[in-house]
Design a protein around this ligand. Structure first.
Ligand SMILES: [Zn+2]
Ligand SMILES: [Zn+2]
Length: 54
């Protein structure tokens, strides 16, 4: 499962199960990425794998 910026809500967290790195959403995306398709990515990567949403 990949995670895109416009799908994340404030307070949600992405974690890397490999190295323990964590990212917490402080401000949500304004959703313009969804229409523009500018964030059609493989997800937020760390240690060569997509980070998991928790
Ligand atoms: Zn965005
Ligand atoms: Zn990592």
């Amino acid at each position: 499962m990949t995670t895109r910026c416009y799908e994340m809500r404030k307070g949600q967290k992405l974690v890397c199960k490999d190295c323990g790195f964590e990212l917490v959403v402080e401000k949500e995306c304004d959703k313009h990425c969804k229409e523009d398709g500018c964030c059609a990515t493989e997800g937020f990567m760390c240690c060569g794998a997509p980070m998991a949403l928790v």
